[in-house]
Design a protein around this ligand. Structure first.
Ligand code: SF4
Length: 281
């Protein structure tokens, strides 16, 4: 059985950088904490917690504490509140996310209505809208596009996209919006690692009999890889680790394609490969 692992499988540079910053910071600072999990992956969260970084649900007194801003970024209000509460801030926001912040703030200053295509509840989207003075319009699906009358109120608008969105879905939304907003600018802020991952998730399912997608069930970017792959190859399975593999999936199978979300450690992918190999012995 041939096993083909996507070149782009696993950590993106933004997650690697955030992890490195976190593990470096905890060596030199006491009382390091972050608002929420560093990434949507249970193994990585465990590593961070064992290193001594505490996950907090909300800000309290920050005296003598360091707050790590995760790769997703944070709103201006969160940073201001944290500083006022006395936290020392270490910013591990991914540079690609920072770029989205810059575009959105610049276009808002130029008088554009900001439209964010992304998951309303995702911290990255909250971080983007949280850079702005006015309320942004967040669209997460065709269904959530406002009425034509509401759209016609916007004479000029600029669209930015959550870094891990699926471009095909985004294009469908833009096609609808451009019919009603006369001056609409689109900034494709889907990051390079996401683009590569999604391209491979479109190619591998056509060239392999079975597809395995590795990542936490809470990871939005893994979910997108799964959806793309499943739409092209019905024998696509989404697993969190080698423990979820079933031997029966590989019976009389000659080729298996594997990819993994941006928050899946290489170790997890290697373990999956080894387990699949053991099935063919
Ligand atoms: S998915 Fe893209 S934007 Fe998000 S952390 Fe990774 S590189 Fe940065």
């Amino acid at each position: 059985m041939k096993i083909n692992v996507a070149k782009s499988a696993g950590f993106c540079f933004g997650v690697k950088r955030a992890l490195n910053i976190a593990l470096h910071t905890v060596k030199y600072e006491k009382n390091v904490c972050m608002l929420g999990d560093i990434v949507h992956n249970e193994d990585v969260v465990k590593t961070i917690s064992e290193a001594g970084i505490k996950k907090i649900g909300r800000l309290s007194s920050g005296k003598g504490k360091t707050l790590l801003i995760r790769a997703h970024g944070a709103s201006k209000t969160t940073i201001r509140k944290a500083k006022n509460a006395g936290y020392n801030i270490i910013d591990a926001t991914c540079l690609m996310v920072k770029e989205i912040h810059k575009i959105a703030t610049r276009k808002e200053k130029q008088g554009y209505k900001i439209i964010v295509i992304g998951d309303k509840k995702h911290d990255e989207v909250k971080g983007i809208t949280g850079q702005l003075k006015k309320r942004a319009l967040v669209i997460d699906s065709l269904k959530s596009i406002p009425s034509v009358t509401s759209l016609k109120k916007y004479k000029k608008a600029a669209i930015v996209v959550q870094s891990t969105q699926n471009i095909e879905r985004v294009e469908k939304i833009i096609n609808r919006l451009e019919k009603h907003i006369p001056n609409l600018e689109f900034y494709n802020t889907i990051c390079q690692p996401t683009t590569c991952k999604q391209q491979e998730a479109r190619n591998l399912p056509l060239k392999n009999e079975v597809m395995i997608i590795i990542g936490s069930k809470t990871s939005a970017n893994t979910k997108r890889l799964y959806e793309i792959s499943k739409s092209l190859n019905k024998k696509t399975h989404w697993i969190q680790s080698q423990k979820d593999l079933k031997k029966v999936w590989f019976l009389r199978v000659n080729s298996v394609g594997i990819t993994a979300g941006a928050s899946t450690p290489d170790k997890t992918t290697k373990e999956v490969v080894e387990r699949i190999k053991s099935f063919s012995i």
